[in-house]
Design a protein around this ligand. Structure first.
Ligand SMILES: [Zn+2]
Length: 183
C-alpha cells in the first residue's frame, strides 16, 4: 500500500493546510522510509513479493505495534519542535495511521513487539488476499484525499488549486502504478 497512505496525507492537508505537504507525505510513509535501510542490511525482509499485495512482509521492527508508536512519537516530537505542538500531534498521528492502514491490508505479519520478541500473535486482516477489493479501497482513499485537498485549495486560489490537484492526481497515479507492480 502506497497510494492509500498518500490519500490519507492529502486529506489531512485539507484539514490542516498550515502543515507543509512534504512533511505529511514523509509522515505517512515514515515506517516504510525507515524500512528501506533495514531491508538493505537484511534486518527486515519481504517474502514472495512481485505483485500487488503478494508479499509477506517481515518488517518486525518498523511495522511492529510498539515500533510504530515509537517512530510516530519521534516524528511527532521533531515536528512539534520545528512547527508547533499541535502539528506534532497531527504528524505523529499520520505516522501511526500507516500501521492502522497496513493492519487492514497485510496478511498476518505485523508483530506487537519489535523483532517479534516473545513470539506474540501477529496481526493483519489480510485484505490483500482480495487484491481487487483492496486496490479499490486504496484508489478511493486517494480520490477522496486529493478531492478534499483540491476543494480546500480552491477556496483560496482556484487556479493554483487546479495545478495542485492535477499534480497530486498525477502523483497518485504513479503511487497506484507502484502498488500494482508490487513495489
Ligand atoms: Zn508499510
Amino acid at each position: 500500500m502506497i497510494a492509500g497512505h498518500f490519500g490519507l496525507a492529502a486529506a489531512v492537508k485539507a484539514a490542516r493546510p498550515a502543515i507543509p505537504l512534504w512533511m505529511l507525505m514523509l509522515a505517512t510513509a515514515w515506517l516504510d522510509v525507515v524500512f528501506i535501510p533495514l531491508y538493505l542490511i537484511g534486518v527486515e525482509k519481504i517474502d514472495g513479493a512481485g505483485g500487488y499485495g503478494e508479499g509477506v512482509i517481515h518488517a518486525d521492527y518498523t511495522h511492529s505495534l510498539v515500533g510504530a508508536v515509537v517512530l510516530a512519537a519521534l516524528f511527532g516530537a521533531v515536528a512539534a519542535w520545528r512547527l508547533d505542538r499541535q502539528a506534532g500531534f497531527v504528524l505523529g498521528g499520520v505516522v501511526f495511521s500507516h500501521w492502522l492502514l497496513d493492519l487492514v491490508v497485510h496478511r498476518a505479519d505485523l508483530p506487537v513487539l519489535p523483532g517479534n520478541a516473545g513470539d506474540l500473535p501477529v496481526f493483519g486482516f489480510g485484505l490483500w488476499r482480495s487484491p481487487g477489493v483492496s486496490a479499490v479501497v486504496e484508489v478511493l482513499l486517494l480520490v477522496v484525499g486529493i478531492g478534499l485537498y483540491w476543494r480546500e485549495a480552491a477556496k483560496h486560489d482556484p487556479k493554483r488549486a487546479c495545478t495542485l490537484g492535477l499534480t497530486s492526481a498525477l502523483f497518485g497515479a504513479v503511487t497506484i502504478t507502484a502498488d500494482l507492480l508490487g513495489i
